[in-house]
Design a protein around this ligand. Sequence first.
Ligand SMILES: [Zn+2]
Length: 478
Amino acid sequence: MKYEAVIGLEVHTQVRTRSKMFCSCPNRFGAEPNTLVCPVCMGYPGVLPVPNRQAIRQTVVAGLLTNCQIARFSKFDRKSYFYPDMPKNYQISQYDLPFCEHGYVEIGGKGFSGADLPAKKIGITRIHLEEDVAKLNHFPGASGVDYNRAGVPLMETVSEPDMRTPDEAYAYLTALKEIMQYGDISDCDMEKGQMRCDVNISLREAGTEKFGTKIEIKNLNSFRAVHRALEYEIWRQAELLDAGKTLQQETRGWNDDHGETYLMRTKEQAHDYRYFPDPDLMPFVFPAEEIDAIRAQLPELPAAMRERFVRDYELTSYDAEVLTQDRRTAAYFDRAAQLLKTPKLAANWITSELLRELSNAQQHIETCRIAPEQLAALITLIENKTINGKIGKEVFAEMFATGKDPKAIVDAKGLVQLSDAGAVAALVDQAIAANPAQVAQYQAGNPKVLQFFVGQVMKLSKGKANPQLVVELLQQKL
Ligand SMILES: [Zn+2]
C-alpha cells in the first residue's frame, strides 16, 4: 500500500445514572416525547444546574480503567451554539480541564475480519463529561424536538490518532465498549444511541511522518459502519491523491445504504464555540484519597478475566472469549466455577445449554431462573454419578422452567442413576433374552450391535442406568 491511514476516534457514551446530569429528571430511554423534562433540561432562563455526583464518579472510573490521569482540579465550560436541540444556546461541556487525560486502551486478539491483530496501545487524549442534547425527529413537512434526551450525562472519549487500519479502529471500539460495560458505566446500546462515534482519518505516504489532510466522518451508528466508512474513505482519498488532487479539510456523513460518505461541510463553515467557564458551576477539586478509594473498587476488566479463566479454570481461550463477551455471563460462570472440581464443565453447560435456552426464551442471564449455585449442584450430581448426563439434561430443562433445585427434581422423580450391578445385570439379561437375532449378529463379529443393546437396556431402565456399567455388563454377557 502506497499510503498509510491515520485514524482517531471520538466516542460519545451516555452514562447510566438514575437522573440527568444537571437536574433530577429520570435518565431513561423510550418514554413518550417530552415527558422526562423540567425547566433545567429545557433550558429555561434563571434556572441553576446541579451536577450529578454519580456521573462524575463514573467518568473517573472510565478514566482509571483506561489508564488516564485524573484531574485534581477540573471545571465545566459553556460551549456556545445555536440549534433547536439545545434551547439555552450553549451546551455544558468541558474545555481545557477535562476530568481524565493521557490514558490508553490495549487492543489485540481477533480483528474484525477474524485475523489476529498484534497487541498495541491506543492513546486516549482525554475523557470529558457533558450533557446530551435533545433529539430531533423529522416528519414530512415538520420536525419535532424530544427533550427527554437533553441533559443526559454524556462522556466523550477522544483517542490519539494511533490507529492505522479499519480493523484497529474496530478493535479499539470493541475494547472501549467492554470497558464501559464492565465498569458499569454504560450499557452501550448503539440502537438506543447510548454509544455514538465520529471518526477522523487522513492519509499520508507510507514511511512519512507528517499528517495528511484530516477528514471527519460523523454519526456512525455501528462499529460495522465505522469499519465500512473507513475502508471507503481510504479508497476515496487514495484515488484523489493518486490523481494529483489536494484534499480539503471537511466533515462528511455516512450513507449506510449506499455504502459511501458524502460532504456535509467544509472547514470554512467550522464553528467557533467560544468556550468559557460556566459561572453557575463551581470547579471541582478531587483529593487524592477520593481517587484512591475509587481505584480500590475498580472491577476486573475482560482481558484480565479471560487470562484468569484460562489459567485458573483451564478453559480454552475460545471459551473464555465467549463467556466474557457479557459481564453478567462472566460473573455467572465465575460463581459456578468456584463451586466445582472441574470448572470447565460449567463453561460447557453455559456456552451450550444455558445460552441456547436463554436465547430461545429471549431471556437474559440476569433473569435466568437457574442460579449459578444450582447449575454447579446439577453438574456435581453428574460428576459424582448420582445421575447420568442424559438425565442431567432433563433435569436442566425442568430447572430452567421452574427454578427448582436439581436435587429436589431428582428425588421427586426418582431419577437417581441405577448403579447397582445386580439390578442392571437383570436388565441386561432381559434385553439379551428378548433379542436373539441381534445376539447372533454380535457373536458373528458385528460390534456395532452393542450400541443397540445399550439402547435397549437404557430404555428398560427408563434412562436411569449407569451407561458405563451397562456397556461393561453387556460385553461380559454377550
Ligand atoms: Zn430536567
